[in-house]
Write a protein that binds this ligand. Sequence first.
Ligand code: FAD
Length: 469
Amino acid sequence: RPVILWFRRDLRLADHAALYHAIKTNAPILPVFVFDTTILSQLSKEDRRVTFIWESCLQLHEALIKQGSKLHILQGDPRTCIPEFAQAVGATAVFCNRDYEPAAIERDQAVAEQLSTFDCLLCDFKDQVIFEKDEVLTQAGKPYTVFTPYKNAWLKKVTPFYLRAYPSKPNTGQLAKVTGYDWMPLEALGFEPQPLATKNVFSGEDGAEKLWQDFIHRLPFYHQTRDFPSIKGPSYLSIHLRFGTVSIRQLANFAMHDSSSGANTWLSELIWRDFYHQILWHFPHVVHSSFKAEYQNLAFPNNQAWLDAWKKGETGYPIVDAAMRQLSQSGYMHNRLRMVAASFLVKDLLVDWRLGEAWFAEQLLDFDLAANSGGWQWSASTGCDAQPYFRIFNPISQSEKFDAEGKFIRRYVPELANLSNKWIHAPWLADRQTLEIAGVTLGKNYPKPIVDHATQREAALALFKIAKG
Ligand code: FAD
């Protein structure tokens, strides 16, 4: 009797924990992917991530065909269609990698329960992170809520064992197939294919490998380049980590064995990823509520017109607008700008971080619940190990520091392209003649600033003070 390998956010064949364990059973393996209608029905028909998933699955499917198998495609609610498939093929077990999001945990429990009614097991494995759940705890046996001690404990615990790749090459003939459950065009799933490659987003294991090879040479300088959005500094691997088209063990292992300062800093970022995953696991309320109870009732005025201007990149603050336009045009936003844009929404526009979090969740190709709620709560000062509430980013000095020559602004806000480096960060400070020569008419072809930073800063401080009591 076969076992099923259920692919979810682990769309690769190399170094795959669940596949490795399925191989060890020596049973025939049936690979399966579910286009989950409970999730897909909430997305726009042009959602770029669905194209990425579909293309990555196609790569898997083609690789599996070469090994005499295929990717069996199901469409529906996994709570019913996985058990139905398992029963139809007489499977003894369903192998998968663990997902730590609250909705996924609930789904997997429901699937396991259904499977148990016909003696089929759900066997899940750690694959998405280096350390999960209770693996890194304080000496008192509590979860860490501050990053630096977590990172130190993480580094102390990690050994080659945790970073070793799973040899997940199946035995010849072990990958199997049944008739039906055939490959589906994206349109048949109700989605319009999006031109990802034209935006330099390449899907699947091949896409991840391409980015990785490109990044390896830049890794030693990462600590110097990562904060400047006009420079190709970071890895851009976040979408691949999100959908598991690259193995976190492969990346962490490489970074651990590279002694450069760049690799050291980059490893910290990978540890932040583990950190937020364990926060989500231990404190699932962070999805909807402030991590810190005292900020649960911040009385945000939530001005809708300001929120809309922020989403469109029309706040009149060039660095914020460039960031927001990068997001809508490419589905990516540079980390420095995620912090600037999030801080601006919460502390300049006084809009609830949850509304910003939801917009990022809709727009980001790499949207990940743990990292996104972590990043938003950090910026809003409501989270664990967050920015203190009185530290408020100044969007002008951030712009002058991290985009000094305005290169990034000019790329995404071309209407300001002819302004000099002196005025591009705050065009409303320039005199009329300077603006005229640069072809900028504030309020016409580029907005006047919708708020005054100094005034809003005071208002934000007052808001937080009231909430703290
Ligand atoms: P690199 O700089 O190359 O970093 C390598 C990897 O480390 C990233 O791919 C990511 O997996 C991880 N990483 C880096 N920084 C962080 C961090 N602060 N927290 C957790 N993991 C991190 N990251 C997401 O993957 N998904 C999100 O939805 C997300 N939302 C964010 C929202 C806000 C408000 C903020 C401030 C940050 C958010 N981040 C999110 C974290 C970070 O901005 C992105 O991971 C990073 O910009 C992705 O680009 P990269 O792959 O080139 O990163």
